[in-house]
Design a protein around this ligand. Structure first.
Ligand SMILES: Nc1ncnc2c1ncn2[C@@H]1O[C@H](COP(=O)(O)OP(=O)(O)OP(=O)(O)O)[C@@H](O)[C@H]1O
Ligand SMILES: [Mg+2]
Length: 244
């Protein structure tokens, strides 16, 4: 198997939650699963004073990865809560793309599957004019787009899928995150339009649940939620299909 690259229609849409849910379900199915947040911004200081990414911490907990492997899960972290290209500049640093590739290949050698979470949306600048889309192409992983369920999501999702297609990125499907239950006409029609206009499959609809919180590190029953609300068999089949 290979892995997945999880992007989204925007920041704060649920990339970390969905990546964590897939990781937890794969792990529970005894798949040796690695996780990666190649570059993060808005990092926080832990009790040892090290700058850490809350996203990476959440993903490591979901995949049951020891925190001594943090440097492999998240090789680059900035303090400023800005797109990485700008955060790096104002902190007087660069984004070492070669470090990202080398670390990713190390993870590939250690795991059967590597789930990579992007940053922001698909055109977020990582370094200068190198965008998330460029990293997706470079890592050659099938992509998943995480989208919101509410008003405006048709536009954001269709544009993201069209941009990916234009760039030659293989998008395997869409996951809707934060759905309200029961589903109303808004969410139902959004889903129909997204399917029709993108031609992509919907690989799951995860509801908003109080037991999940990335910042607070809450992730009770994440694997069970993934099994219940995501098409885990389909997602694993996508990873198998792209096996080299
Ligand atoms: N299904 C859900 N149920 C409950 N809370 C959720 C759910 N999905 C996301 N959240 C919360 O919404 C916020 C944004 O989600 P998340 O961090 O996964 O987004 P993101 O796309 O990874 O953001 P970023 O661009 O900052 O990486 C987080 O505080 C998270 O805990
Ligand atoms: Mg995130």
């Amino acid at each position: 198997m290979t892995g997945l690259f999880i992007t989204a229609t925007d920041t704060e849409v649920g990339k970390t939650v969905i990546t964590g849910a897939i990781a937890a379900a794969c792990q529970a199915r005894k798949v040796n699963t690695g996780v990666m947040k190649p570059v993060a911004s808005g990092g926080v200081r832990n009790c040892q004073g090290s700058l850490i990414s809350e996203d990476a911490e959440f993903l490591m907990a979901a995949a049951k990865i020891d925190c001594n492997r943090r440097h492999l899960v998240n090789p680059i972290c900035f303090e400023a809560a800005l797109t990485p290209a700008v955060a790096a500049q104002i902190e007087g640093k660069t984004v070492d793309l070669q470090l990202i590739y080398n670390t990713y290949h190390q993870l590939c050698n250690q795991h059967d599957v590597v789930l990579v979470e992007g940053v922001g949306g698909i055109t977020a600048p990582i370094w200068q004019e190198f965008l998330v889309a460029d990293l997706m192409l470079k890592l050659q992983l099938p992509g998943i787009i995480v989208a919101r369920p509410d008003l405006g999501t048709i536009n954001h999702t269709v544009l993201t899928a069209a941009y990916a297609r234009q760039r030659g990125i293989n998008v395997a499907g869409i996951i809707i995150n934060g759905c309200k239950e029961p589903t109303g006409i808004l969410e139902h029609s959004n889903l129909q339009y997204i399917k029709q206009l993108t031609g992509l499959p919907i690989l799951g609809k995860l509801p908003r649940v109080s037991s999940i919180d990335v910042t607070a590190g809450k992730q009770a029953a994440l694997a069970e939620l993934a099994e219940q609300y995501l098409d885990m068999n389909g997602i694993i089949a996508i990873m198998r299909r792209t096996e080299q």
